[in-house]
Design a binder for this molecule. Structure first.
Ligand SMILES: [Zn+2]
Length: 320
């Protein structure tokens, strides 16, 4: 605790540092990170399982990058500046092309806290405009305080919560070095500003947190109807490979997308019926046949909370 306080004071410039460096050295992460190639131009790094903690040093989300002959496009910036710094090293092993653009899938801490590293390298940050101002919200301040505790020294007072340089009004296509990118707005689903990125030539889709593979997703009180529509949009894009925001990739995106969509539909149809018939939640939950989902990872952690939050949402939707 004392060490931490001293470190903070040092960073704030309140204590004289030895040879008073203007910029405190950034803490480093020791967690392993390697590039996984998923297409001719497309790569990603895969975070470790579990919530952000000192054990995984915050490396629990994925980030993608696409190498073109005219620069690199990065998809998401990981959960801290040191992790982003490590990602830059990983990219540098593959190419010396400048990192020109960072696309933020959505403004959750584990996907954007590393932005300042890319910004310092001259990259332009793009996000959907529904995320504008998120970094200045009360939620963001609370999350930042929590992360400074949980992920110190990798997240600290020198971590900056950066807004995008450019907010997109909707879908956008662009080309860089002969590679074509389709950015698609698919919110509000996991967040208001969800954006996915398709790399045309590689047929690789970076989906952010819209898709959770091989496990029960955390749905919470998300707008499940809109989420279902977004998943339908992804299914229509017919990707060859899908890289989610957490966990491993899938080479059978359709099956996985359909699975998540069907789970959301199952929640809605089962709980909607109960809400309309004024069956109390507990009774409704007990009477639903969950056998199709019970054996999947995160069922115990997520299913009941998903069901409860969706029950409340459906009550609201049916005007009860
Ligand atoms: Zn998220």
């Amino acid at each position: 605790m004392i060490a931490r306080l001293l470190f903070s004071l040092l960073c704030l410039g309140l204590l004289p540092a030895a040879h008073a460096a203007t910029q405190p050295a950034m803490a480093e992460v020791s967690v392993p990170m390697k590039a996984i190639k998923v297409g001719t131009h497309s790569y990603f790094v895969q975070g470790l399982p579990g919530a952000a903690s000192s054990a995984n040093q915050g490396f629990m989300s994925n980030a993608g990058f696409v190498v073109t002959s005219d620069g690199v496009v990065v998809f998401d910036a990981l959960a801290s500046p040191p992790l982003a710094q490590k990602l830059v090293q990983v990219i540098r092993k593959i190419t010396s092309q400048p990192i020109k653009r960072v696309i933020v899938s959505h403004y959750h801490a584990d996907h954007y806290y590393g932005l300042q590293v890319f910004k310092a390298l001259g990259a332009e940050i793009w996000a959907h405009r529904a995320g504008e101002g998120t970094t200045r919200s009360k939620d963001a301040a609370e999350r930042f305080a929590q992360r400074k505790e949980a992920l110190f020294p990798w997240v600290d007072e020198t971590t900056r919560l950066l807004e995008a340089d450019r907010y997109l009004a909707g879908d956008e296509d662009f080309e860089m070095g002969g590679v074509h990118f389709n950015l698609r707005y698919v919110g509000p689903a996991h967040s208001r500003e969800d954006m996915v990125m398709m790399v045309k030539e590689d047929n690789v889709l970076y989906s952010g947190d819209l898709v959770f593979l091989g496990r029960i997703p955390f749905v919470g009180d998300a707008d499940s109807r809109a989420w279902i529509a977004s998943l339908d949009k992804l299914i229509e894009m017919k990707p060859r490979v899908l890289v989610p925001g957490h966990g491993g990739l899938t080479k059978s995106p359709k099956t996985d997308l359909v699975f998540t969509r069907d789970y959301l539909q199952f929640l809605r149809s089962q709980l909607g019926k109960s809400a309309r018939n004024l069956i109390p939640f507990e009774k409704a939950y007990q009477s639903i046949d969950w056998s199709k989902y019970r054996k999947l990872p995160a069922f115990n952690e997520a299913n009941r909370a998903n069901a409860y939050n969706q029950y409340l949402r459906l009550e609201m939707e049916t005007g009860l």
